[in-house]
Every structure is written in structure tokens, then in C-alpha cells.
Design a protein around this ligand. Structure first.
Ligand SMILES: NC(=O)c1ccc[n+]([C@@H]2O[C@H](COP(=O)([O-])OP(=O)(O)OC[C@H]3O[C@@H](n4cnc5c(N)ncnc54)[C@H](O)[C@@H]3O)[C@@H](O)[C@H]2O)c1
Ligand SMILES: O=c1ccn([C@@H]2O[C@H](COP(=O)(O)OP(=O)(O)O[C@H]3O[C@H](CO)[C@@H](O)[C@H](O)[C@H]3O)[C@@H](O)[C@H]2O)c(=O)[nH]1
Length: 422
């Protein structure tokens, strides 16, 4: 099949490259010419383990274009993978997707054949059949579900594990409103053996939001119980090992610590709350999940403050800046509020991350960045904010460590050690 990919970030690049590996021909388009240049040179525009090798392997199936209208005309199906950020009030900002939709509509104008547009970006239920459909119909002069197809195929990949998650998903959700699009998506995913949910477009959109909101809530729930468990002298890891064995609950996403960051959970929970408000529904559980999540990193800060009440001029080390290991992404990283609080208290910060220092320095140019994790350990105290594997291989002897992510080596070897909820 010939596929256009609009938006070459984490989702678009991984989707295009993985579909190419299944034998399809891909045309990438992005408004960011630098990303297209990198892809044209056979390089990944984002960091994701194993992606470079897949790009090299499938180069003859991967092309880039600066002209989205031509890409639409030359392909059978377009996947929209652009960003859907939060507005100031938390609601979803559809500006990128509507702008992409308008150009796709132009491309459809003189297209004789049938083409389907599939929204892979995470959008509030009703967005695809509402504003996205309207803009495409307006620009193309054609009718959705009759002259062109429309669908929702939300993506569930995790950064750092994206290729595996895409190729071996737990399920595939296919939301469609016309049989031709349903058939096309069915063919595209025919070789995937996981369960496939064929549903309406708005149900597909809601499955994505509900999944992220549930996982985010699970983490906040674990953190809240973890905070109490610590006060009671109970190890939260043991608690959730026990709780997770209940097959109705499951063990995943029970790691306690400084909470969830990244480009999805905080943004999507905020968007669901804001969107629900527009329908007269107040999502109390999700409000609470966000509140707990905002306080978890500040707990880490309060623990260091309890040990060093006057942080002014004191050297504080930070281990980990990425929002999770195996990525250079710092969007909504839990290290951000911690660094902010430390700077407000006058601390002198030295930080290290194996991949994310450049991205973090764009936000915080005023702090020091260390050449190695070891170089951070001589600070007056060290805060661990991301659970990178290499932090498990350090000797923390002599260091005071306040741990937000439960690094066993630190608990074994640090001179003074405390965990945020253990
Ligand atoms: N990152 C993830 O792990 C993940 C997983 C599942 C779903 N999602 C969702 O997928 C969507 C994309 O996320 P991402 O992390 O890949 O974003 P990203 O920021 O990494 O990439 C988005 C890309 O879209 C491009 N873009 C913006 N407007 C455009 C336009 N009009 N035309 C063409 N390109 C345009 C940007 O330049 C950028 O390269 C979001 O809705 C997100 O919530 C993300
Ligand atoms: O038990 C846990 C698990 C995760 N986290 C934190 O939660 C955040 C998100 O982690 P993860 O879900 O692994 O990464 P993402 O790449 O943000 O992936 C999430 O968001 C994507 C975008 O929507 C979805 O596609 C994925 O299914 C969903 O897991 C990170 O800060 C983690 O440190 C915890 O604190 N405890």
C-alpha cells in the first residue's frame, strides 16, 4: 500500500518506518524541513532505540516530500501524526491537525480515486468527525465517508520502546465510518495477530484517552498509597507486588516515585478533564490524579530541604533529566519542577543524563551539566529523578542520596539514603 505520513515526530516516524518494514511504500511530510532532511539522509529525526537500523534497512520504501498535496494524490491512505498539545486551560489545541487537514483537503481536490485519512494523533472524542472532517470537506469540496474516507487509529506506543510497541501491540483500535476505509485498514494490519477492535471513530478516540487516563491514575494511586506506606514503615514495592498479583488489577504501572511526565499522560489527562467540562462533567478522579502527580516531585524537594534547610549556595546533584529512561525527551519531565524549586531556593545545580542534557539545557541553560554520572556524586546531596540503567552501576559511597525512582544500588551503597515513598 502507498502511505502518506503527516508529522515526523515519535509517532509519525515510527509508524512510517514500521509500515515500510511490513513492505509498504511511505511518503513522509512535516512542516519542519530539518526532520525531512534527516529522514532523506536515512537518519531518524527523533531518538528511539533500533529505529536507525530499520530506516537503513527500508530506505528504498521511504521517501520525503515538501509537498503534502502531491503526497496525498500519490498514495492510498494518509496517517495524521502531528502534535496535539494543551492550550493554556488544558484543553486540546487542534491547530496543527486542522492546518494539516486543510492541506490534505487541497490534495483531495483533483484526486479521482478514493483516499482515506486516518487520525493517529490523540484527539478528544468527536474531533475527527467534527472539526477535522469539516476542514477537509471545506478545502476539498468533497464529502467524508462518500468521496473520501476518514478514520481514527490511535497509537499506544511508549517512547523508548516504540518500535516493539508498534510491531507487537496489545491491541489495534480501528475507528471508521465507511466500509472502504475499514477494509483498507483491515488489509494494512492483516498480518498483526493481536486483538483488533473495530468501532466507531469517537469510540476509538475515547479508548485512547481512557487508556492513558487509567494508567496515569494507576500511577498516582500507587504514589498516594506509597506516601502513606512510607510513613507506616511499609515498603510500597512489596505492597504493589502483592496487589498486582490480583489478575483483575495486574502488576504494570505500579512503580512509585516522583510521578508521570512525558508528552502524553499529563497533556491527555488535562485535555480529557477540560473536554469533559465542556459537556458538564467534572472528572473528580482525574483531577485528583493530577494533584497527586504535581506534588510528588515537590515531596523529593521537601526531603532534601529537611536535610539541608538552607540550600543557598549548596551544590545539589541531579541524576536523570529525561521524563523516563531510553529517551532524550524532557517534555513534562519530573526533573523540571524539582530543578525549578532548587533554583528558587538558591541551590547550585549540577546535572547529568545520558541522552537528555542538550534538551534540558534549552530549558535551563543556567545550571551545570556533568560529563558523567560519577561527576555528580561529589555534590552536597544527589537527587535521582530518572531510573537510567547506568545509575544501577554506580558506587554511591559517601554520598547523600534522595531517590525519586528507586535505584537499588543507591539504597545499598549511599552513606545517607532516603526514597520518596519508601
Ligand atoms: N510520543 C508518544 O509516545 C505518543 C504515543 C501515542 C500517541 N501520541 C500522540 O501522537 C501525536 C504526535 O505525537 P508525537 O510525540 O509524535 O509528537 P512530536 O511533537 O514528536 O511530532 C509531531 C510532528 O508534527 C509536525 N507537525 C506539526 N504541524 C504539522 C503540519 N501542519 N503538517 C505536518 N507536520 C506537522 C511537527 O513538526 C512534529 O515533527 C500527539 O497527538 C500525541 O499525543 C504520542
Ligand atoms: O509504574 C510507572 C510507570 C510509569 N511511570 C512514569 O510515567 C511516565 C510515562 O511513562 P510511559 O507510559 O512508559 O511512557 P510514554 O512514552 O509517555 O507512554 C505513554 O503515553 C503514550 C502516549 O499517549 C502512550 O501511547 C503509551 O501507551 C503510554 O504508556 C514516565 O514519566 C514514567 O516515569 C511511573 O511513574 N510509574
Amino acid at each position: 500500500m502507498k502511505i502518506s505520513i503527516v508529522g515526523c515526530g515519535y509517532v509519525g516516524t515510527v509508524t512510517g518506518v514500521c509500515f515500510a518494514d511490513f513492505g509498504h511504500d511511505i511518503i513522509f511530510y512535516d512542516i519542519d524541513g530539518k526532520k525531512l532532511d534527516l529522514l532523506a539522509r536515512g537518519e531518524a529525526p527523533i531518538y528511539e532505540p533500533s529505529l536507525d537500523g530499520l530506516i537503513r534497512k527500508n530506505r528504498e520504501h521511504l521517501v520525503t516530500t515538501p509537498d503534502l498535496t502531491a503526497a496525498v494524490r500519490d498514495t492510498d491512505i494518509t496517517f495524521v501524526c502531528v502534535g496535539t498539545p494543551s492550550r493554556q486551560d488544558g484543553s486540546i489545541d487542534l491547530a496543527y491537525i486542522l492546518s494539516a487537514g486543510a492541506t490534505i483537503g487541497e490534495g483531495l481536490q483533483e484526486m479521482p480515486g478514493f483516499h482515506s485519512i486516518i487520525v493517529k494523533s490523540t484527539v478528544f472524542p468527536g474531533s475527527t468527525e467534527g472539526p477535522v472532517r469539516s476542514v477537509i470537506e471545506q478545502e476539498s469540496g468533497k464529502q467524508a465517508f462518500v468521496d473520501f474516507g476518514l478514520g481514527s487509529n490511535p497509537e499506544f506506543l511508549r517512547e523508548g520502546n516504540a518500535v516493539r510497541d508498534f510491531c507487537e501491540p496489545d491491541r489495534i483500535v480501528l475507528g471508521t465510518g465507511d466500509t472502504r476505509t475499514a477494509r483498507m485498514l483491515g488489509n494494512l494490519y492483516a498480518s498483526f495477530t493481536c486483538p483488533k477492535i473495530e468501532t466507531s471513530i469517537r469510540t476509538a478516540e475515547m479508548i485512547k484517552y481512557a487508556s492513558n487516563a487509567f494508567l496515569a491514575t494507576k500511577i498516582s494511586f500507587a504514589n498516594e498509597i506509597g506516601n502513606l506506606a512510607k510513613k507506616l514503615g511499609i515498603d510500597s514495592e512489596e505492597v504493589f507486588a502483592g496487589v498486582g498479583l490480583d489478575s483483575r488489577i495486574g502488576p504494570a504501572f505500579f512503580r512509585t516515585g516522583i510521578g508521570f511526565g512525558g508528552s502524553c499522560f499529563p497533556k491527555d489527562v488535562r485535555a480529557l478533564i477540560a473536554g469533559a467540562g465542556g459537556h458538564g462533567e467534572d472528572l473528580h478522579v482525574l483531577h485528583a490524579a493530577l494533584r497527586v502527580n504535581e506534588d510528588q516531585p515537590l515531596r523529593l524537594f521537601r526531603l532534601i530541604q529537611a536535610r539541608i534547610p538552607d540550600l543557598k549556595g549548596r551544590r545539589i546533584g541531579i541524576l536523570g533529566l529525561a521524563f523516563k529512561p531510553d529517551t532524550d525527551d524532557v517534555r513534562e519531565s519530573r526533573a523540571i519542577p524539582i530543578v525549578r524549586a532548587l533554583l528558587d531556593a538558591g541551590a547550585d545545580i549540577i546535572a547529568y543524563d545520558p541522552l537528555a542534557m542538550e534538551n534540558f539545557a534549552a530549558l535551563f541553560p543556567q545550571i551545570d551539566y556533568a560529563p558523567s554520572a560519577r561527576a555528580v556524586l561529589s555534590a552536597d546531596a544527589v537527587l535521582i529523578t530518572t531510573e537510567w540503567e547506568e545509575f544501577e552501576h554506580l558506587d554511591y559511597s559517601g554520598a547523600t542520596v534522595i531517590d525519586g525512582r528507586r535505584i537499588a544500588a543507591a539504597s545499598r551503597t549511599a552513606e545517607i539514603y532516603e526514597g520518596v515513598c519508601w
